[in-house]
Design a protein around this ligand. Structure first.
Ligand code: HEM
Length: 239
């Protein structure tokens, strides 16, 4: 999964030779971990409260996050702008690297290729998912208190459930594999041994964070999250 660092580096140099966008690429790389990686971890833990503590635990988690000072500023500068930049610049880099793809065999580049595929999937998933959740709160269709039942509506729809599992796995793979690459490109894991150890750590991160999200998704299918569903049902878009 997280191998072939030499190859990654040569790809990276290939980009670097291309022009003067070195600092944009560094910013792209940094934003993928701080704040976006941090956001994924906090988001997984908040959602997991649904599994661990039921509707009340989940509601408390949502309430806690939304009671933080300057939430809109945090959302805009800590989530939305970084996602837009990371996603759009990432697509641009993926397009650029396509121009070189003939130089390398698929088998030696599969982690690199998967990183690009999951990047695109995650970008699409996040738009759709924010539309279904946060955006509905913004326009007043659901309240924060009703988000548990909103998620219940989503998770009990088999097609949405599958799309969520795919979206979550794509996002978490993209984050974990990206973290491994980040550690190399920032000079943190230099030796082959360090890169091997970090590949195991990143795999564990992938498994644990995926499990947190998927367990929460399963928890949301439970009848205990139905309670405020009648209110959420007024929102016909997800039914
Ligand atoms: C089982 C999986 C997931 C569940 C149950 C879930 C649930 C939610 C809920 C309920 C909200 C609204 C929070 C609020 O308004 O307070 C939300 C927002 C959001 N989610 Fe997820 N989510 C999941 C996976 C993901 C993944 C994998 C990503 C990718 C990074 C993601 C990205 C976002 C973003 C960007 C927001 C908007 C955050 C904000 O504006 O505060 N979610 N999610």
């Amino acid at each position: 999964m997280f191998k072939d660092s030499e190859h990654f580096e040569s790809r990276k140099e290939n980009y670097e030779m291309k022009g003067n966008s070195y600092y944009w690429r560094k910013l792209h790389s940094l934003l993928g971990v701080i704040p976006l990686g941090g956001f994924i971890l906090v988001h997984a833990l908040t959602n997991y409260q649904a599994f661990e503590r039921g509707p009340e635990g989940f509601a408390n988690g949502v309430h806690f996050i939304n009671s933080l000072p300057i939430v809109p500023v945090l959302e805009i500068f800590g989530i939305y702008l970084p996602i837009l930049f990371h996603g759009i610049y990432g697509l641009y880099m993926a397009y650029q690297s396509n121009l070189n793809s003939g130089q390398y065999t698929y088998s030696r580049n599969w982690a690199f290729t998967l990183q690009r595929i999951t990047g695109v999937l995650t970008f699409i998933f996040v738009f759709w998912h924010v539309y279904q959740t946060r955006f509905q709160v913004y326009i007043g269709s659901v309240t924060h208190e009703e988000l548990g039942s909103t998620m219940h509506q989503i998770a009990t729809n088999p097609a949405f459930f599958v799309m969520y599992v795919v979206g979550v796995l794509a996002a978490v793979f993209h984050f974990s594999n990206g973290l491994w690459a980040f550690l190399i490109s920032w000079g943190i894991t230099i030796s082959p041994r360090a890169q091997k150890v970090s590949s195991y750590i990143c795999m564990v991160v992938f498994v644990l964070v995926s499990a947190l999200f998927i367990l929460s998704l399963v928890a949301f299918t439970g009848d205990e999250f139905k309670e405020t569903a009648s209110a959420a049902l007024a929102w016909t878009n997800i039914g």
